[in-house]
Write a protein that binds this ligand. Structure first.
Ligand code: ATP
Ligand code: SF4
Ligand code: MG
Length: 485
C-alpha cells in the first residue's frame, strides 16, 4: 500500500472500559476491552485485526463506528487531507513529548500548547466527541458487516427492506432511486431481482452475507468494518465471499478494517495487520513482514500455530503457559508478561505473580531446602507498593541467617527456567516487629507501541531501541521516499 495514499481513518489512544455492575459494591471496576489503541488506515487499504477471543477486536470495530461510545481517545475519519495530516503530526509530536522521562520546562510548555491546539481540533472533528446529529454526516461513509448480518434485523422484513434501510436512514435518496440502486446491488452480489422479495431465512449463510454486503455498500461508504464476516461460513463459501469483498474493494476504492481470528483469512485479505492482546496492539506492520519477520513474542506464539508449507522454515509451535488474564484485572507492566517466553525482570512482575511461587518456595514439604525457614502465618500483598510481607508465626531472634537463607532460595529459583519473576526482587528486609519480612519488587516498565523500523510497530521492551536497518532496507526506503516525493 503506497504511503502517498490519503489517510482515511486515524485512531488515537482509543479506550473502551465497560463498567462491571456489582450488587455488593457501588463500583465494580471495569473491563478494559480497549486500552489505548492507535493506528492509521489509508484509502483503499485493508488493516487486519487479529488476536485471541476477548482481546477487544469487536469492541474496536464498534467503537470506531461509534455504535458504542469510547471511554477516551479520538477517531478521526474522512477529514480534508490537510487537516488529517495536521492531526497526525500534532498527535505524533505529543506522543513523542509524552515519552520523555523528565521533560524540561520548555517541553512541558510545548505539550500544553499542543494539547490546547489538539483539543480544539478534537472537539470539532473526533467522532468520539461529536453530537449524534453531526455524526450522521460521517455515518454514511462507514458501514459495518457482521458475522451474521441478520441476527440483529427483523426476520419479517423482506430483503428489499433490509438493503434499503441504510439508504433510507442516511441519504436523501428517493424511493425510486433506492429501488433502482437495489436492483443494481442485487446483481452485483450475484443474486437476481426476484430475491429482493424473499425473506432472509430463505437464503443460505453465504447468500445472507452477500445481502449484508449489498446493504453496506448501498450508501456509497468509504470504510467497511468487517467483523468476522466469513467465520460462520463453510470454507468454500468463505473463499467466494472473500473474493467478492476484494473485487468490491478494488472497484470502489474502499478501506477495510478487517477483524478475524483466522490468521489465514487475515493473510489473504490484509495489507497490514494489527495483532491485539488484552485490549492493546502488540504489533502492527505489513502483512508479509508480520508473517515472516514478526518481532513480538505474542505474535511469534500466535503464528507458530500455523503449519508452514516450507519445511525449511518449519519451527516448533510455541505453547503459551497460563490463561489469558482478565481484562477486568490486567497484569502490571506488559499485559503479556505472565505468559511471555521472553519476559525480562522489568516486564511487569508484581506481588500477584510472585506470592504463590514464594509460598511454594518456602514450604518445606515441597522444597526441602527451606526446612530451616521459620513457620509462616500469611503472605500479604500490596500491589500498589509492589511489595509483599511474609508474616512469620513468631519473632525471630537472629534475623541475618533467615534473610541469608531467603536470598539463597530466591537466587536458586531465579536461575531456574521459569525464575525470571524472582529477578524482579529488589530488596528483602525485616520490619521492626521482627516477624515480618518485606520483599520489594522493582517498579515495572510499561511498553508502548513504537516504530522500531520503518512501518513496523511493536509494543515490547525488547525493542525499546530502533532496530538497525539492513543495507537493503536502507536502499529500499530511500528509493520509496524518492518515488513518493
Ligand atoms: N457490553 C459489554 N459489557 C461488558 N464487557 C464487554 C462487553 N462487550 C465486550 N466485553 C468484554 O470486553 C472484552 C473484549 O470483548 P470483544 O468482544 O471486543 O473481544 P473479541 O476480540 O471480539 O472476541 P471474539 O474473538 O470472541 O469475538 C471481553 O473481555 C468481553 O467480555
Ligand atoms: S515487554 Fe516484551 S519481553 Fe517483556 S513480557 Fe512483554 S512481550 Fe515479553
Ligand atoms: Mg468479536
Amino acid at each position: 500500500m503506497s504511503e502517498s495514499k490519503k489517510v482515511l481513518l486515524y485512531v488515537s489512544h482509543l479506550k473502551k472500559y465497560f463498567p462491571i455492575s456489582s450488587n455488593l459494591l457501588k463500583s465494580g471496576g471495569s473491563v478494559r476491552a480497549l486500552d489505548d489503541v492507535s493506528f492509521a488506515l489509508r484509502e483503499g487499504e485493508t488493516l487486519g485485526v487479529v488476536g485471541e477471543t476477548g482481546c477487544g477486536k469487536t469492541t474496536l470495530g464498534r467503537t470506531v463506528l461509534r455504535l458504542i461510545d469510547a471511554t477516551a481517545g479520538d477517531v478521526y475519519f474522512n477529514l480534508p487531507e490537510d487537516l488529517m495530516n495536521k492531526v497526525i503530526e500534532k498527535e505524533g509530536e505529543l506522543d513523542r513529548l509524552h515519552e520523555i522521562e523528565n521533560p524540561s520546562a520548555e517541553e512541558i510548555k510545548e505539550m500544553e500548547t499542543l494539547e490546547a491546539d489538539l483539543d480544539e481540533i478534537r472537539n470539532e472533528n473526533s467522532l468520539t466527541r461529536m453530537s449524534s446529529r453531526k455524526m450522521k454526516d460521517f455515518r454514511k461513509f462507514m458501514q459495518p458487516i457482521f458475522q451474521d448480518p441478520f441476527s440483529s434485523l427483523d426476520p419479517r422484513k423482506l430483503v428489499k427492506d433490509v438493503i434499503a434501510e441504510p439508504m433510507k436512514l442516511l441519504t436523501e435518496m428517493s424511493s425510486d432511486e433506492i429501488f433502482e440502486k437495489e436492483k443494481e446491488l442485487i446483481e452485483e452480489i450475484g443474486l437476481s431481482e426476484d430475491h429482493l422479495y424473499r425473506f432472509p431465512h430463505e437464503f443460505s449463510g453465504g447468500q445472507r452475507q452477500r445481502i449484508g454486503i449489498a446493504r453496506a455498500i448501498g450508501i456509497g461508504p468509504k470504510l467497511l468494518v468487517l467483523d468476522e464476516p466469513t467465520s460462520a461460513l463453510d470454507v468454500s463459501v468463505q473463499a467466494q465471499i472473500l473474493n467478492m469483498l476484494k473485487e468490491i474493494q478494488n472497484e470502489l476504492g474502499l478501506s477495510y478494517l478487517f477483524i478475524s481470528h483466522h490468521l489465514n483469512v487475515i493473510r489473504l485479505m490484509a495489507d497490514r495487520v494489527a495483532v491485539m492482546y488484552l485490549g492493546r496492539v502488540a504489533e502492527l506492520t505489513d502483512t508479509d513482514r508480520l508473517f515472516t519477520e514478526m518481532l513480538h513474542p505474542y505474535t511469534k506464539a500466535l503464528l507458530s500455530a500455523i503449519p508452514s508449507i516450507d519445511p525449511g522454515k518449519r519451527k516448533g509451535r510455541i505453547i503459551l503457559e497460563g490463561e489469558i488474564p482478565s481484562p477486568a484485572n490486567p497484569p502490571k507492566g506488559c499485559y503479556f508478561h505472565p505468559r511471555c517466553p521472553e519476559a525480562m525482570k522489568n516486564c511487569g512482575w508484581s506481588p500477584r505473580d510472585i506470592a504463590g511461587p514464594i509460598r511454594s518456595m518456602l514450604e518445606p514439604y515441597r522444597n526441602p531446602e527451606a526446612k530451616d525457614f521459620p513457620a509462616i502465618t500469611e503472605i500479604v500483598t500490596d500491589e500498589e507498593a509492589n511489595s509483599l510481607d511474609i508474616v512469620l508465626s513468631a519473632p525471630v531472634p537472629n534475623r541475618e541467617p533467615v534473610l541469608a537463607l531467603f536470598n539463597e532460595l530466591v537466587e536458586k529459583e531465579a536461575s531456574s527456567g521459569a525464575g525470571i519473576m524472582f529477578k524482579s526482587i529488589e530488596s528483602v528486609k525485616f520490619l521492626e516487629d521482627g516477624t515480618t519480612i518485606r520483599v520489594v519488587q522493582m517498579e515495572p516498565d510499561v511498553p508502548t507501541l513504537k516504530e522500531v523500523r520503518k512501518g513496523h510497530f511493536v509494543s515490547c521492551l525488547l525493542y525499546d531501541k530502533p532496530i538497525e536497518e539492513t543495507k537493503e532496507e536502507v536502499m529500499e526506503n530511500a528509493s520509496t521516499a524518492t518515488s513518493t516525493d
